[in-house]
Structures are given as structure tokens and as C-alpha cells.
Design a protein around this ligand. Sequence first.
Ligand code: MN
Ligand code: MN
Length: 345
Amino acid sequence: MTAPELSFRYRLEAQPPRLGPGGITRGASVQQFPSSQGIAGVSMRLAPGGMREMHWHANAAEWAYVVSGNCRTTILDPDGSSAIDTFGPGDVWYFPRGWGHSIQGLGPHECHFILIFDNGDFSEDHTFSVTDWLAHTPRAALAQNLRVAPEDLAQLPRGEAYFALGPVPDDRSADATPRARPALTSRHRYPLHAQEPRRVPGGGTQRTVTVAEFPLSTTMAGSLLEIEPGAMRELHWHPNADEWQYYLEGSAEMVVFLAEGRVVVETFEAGDIGYAPMGSGHYIRNTGSGVLKVLVGFNNGHYQANDLSAWLRSNPPDVLATNLGLPRPAAEALTRQPGFLIPGP
Ligand code: MN
Ligand code: MN
């Protein structure tokens, strides 16, 4: 069981970053954020031309949301096909566990994106990078493999590069298309913000992408919630997934219910991350004066939520009156009330 004193908030953007040529990153796994046992996350920024080098993750799939700017990814499918995709604000990508990929900023400004991994024990810092691998491979074997003379490898980095800074990719050049399949594809890209949201007047909006809209994303789903001042995402729980949150804008309160009388109250500002374990009850309330924007990731391709209002509506008034000790008219009213995003008082 989760200890009652466990925190479900971590101030991600207040942490010292890892810096490299053209890149800045801040990450949180279960080591930094102990409650986040099922999902880890990273906030990364790439300058124009800045590259997160070619790498793969052995123990997690990667789901990402672009907050601002533009970037280009390369990815190799184990079936031998490959893809080069371009992403802008509001776009999502998904790289299955173990697939080799890279990310590069396109400019004209910095590109900021949030990476979410479906394993709390994941670490972006201890992933499998191409330079780490090649630098520690015996030079004669590497030269044989690449069919080059050993002296041609003199400029190979001596260890993991992690970030590398180069020219901004030119989408009009031949470099922008993979040799194996000369076409831009969007199999790895889903334009989440372009989606028509689920909208509640006075409450806000929700955009959700699951395996149904984005077939490659079999192990992860995500949501973008925009909640009006004073409104709340009502009390609910997710039967099939942990929930990881990145607070993009505004101020919020989340209360997590862990059974046996245990409830944890957390407050959030932009740049904080939050976590609600699978099956735990929780709500998010906008406590600020502007719209609250929260990016939410789930470690399941299917989105499931049980909302309190839907649960109440599904029960007859006599059950509610007995169970909750309510007068009959109040119990009847509960069976007619809409929910999901509840406007402020
Ligand atoms: Mn990655
Ligand atoms: Mn939730």
C-alpha cells in the first residue's frame, strides 16, 4: 500500500536541468517522485538544430506532447520500415518500447515537449544511446561493421553524446526523407489539439487520444484538459491505468483518495507534475483566475473513467437515499445531474 504521507506532486520545472549542446531536460522517475510507480516523465527543450540523439528505451514506450515550437523525429520500425515526421504545438507522438528514434528542433524558436513513459522505473538518463554503444564497441569490430577504416572513426564521440547541436534540418532536402521509404508519414503522429473537444459549458474541454484514434499507441493514452476558473474535473477513478499529469497553465488542487480514510490534498502551479495511482479516487479543481490547462497521460491504450455523477445516476433514488442518508427529493435530483466537468459556484 501507498504510505499516507506520500506526495502526489513534484515540482518538475523547479529542478536543476541536465544541459547539453542544444538541449535542456528535466526528468522524474519513481526515484525522484516516489508515488509515480507506473509512469515516468520528462520535460525537454531543444534549440533550433539541437538533437536528442538516436536512442531506444528498453523498458518503456514513449508518448509525447509538443507544448511549443517544432521538431522532427526519425524512427525505425522493427519490420524494417522507417519514418520521418514533423511535429508542432498540440501534436502527440508515440514510439513503442525498444524502437530506435531521434528528435531534433526545427526552429525558429525553442521546441518544448513533454515525454511520458509507461514505466515508473524508467530513466531518460540511462537509456540506450547510439554514441554510448558505438564508443564502447571494440574499434576493429565497429570498423568492420561500418565498412570503414578505423582511422575514419577518429571523430566518433568517446561516450554518450545525449544532446548534439547541428544545422536546422531542411525539409526540402533529400535528408528529410528516409532511404527505405521515401515518404513523410504520420503513423507516429496524432494532432491532439486539432481534435474537436468534449465540451461542457462553464466547465471546460477535454481532448483525448487512445488506441482507437491512434492505432500505434497500444500501451498509452492521453488527454488535454482545459478547466474554467472555479470549475472542476469531478470525482472519478480510472479502473485500468495510472494517471500522470503535467500542469501547463494555471493553479489547481487535486485530492487523491486512497481508501481506509486516507486522502492526500495537493496544490499545483504551472511546471508541476502530479500522479493518481490506478484505481484511486481523485478530482482536479481550478483554483486560479485563468483557464487551467493540464496534460494527462495514462499507461493503457484504452481510456476508462468512472465519474461519481455517472455512478450516482446509474443507481435508483431509494439506493441513494439509503446509502447516503439523503431525503428522497435530493436522491432523485442526483439521478438527473450531469457531470464530468462541473462549473464553479
Ligand atoms: Mn526517447
Ligand atoms: Mn483522472
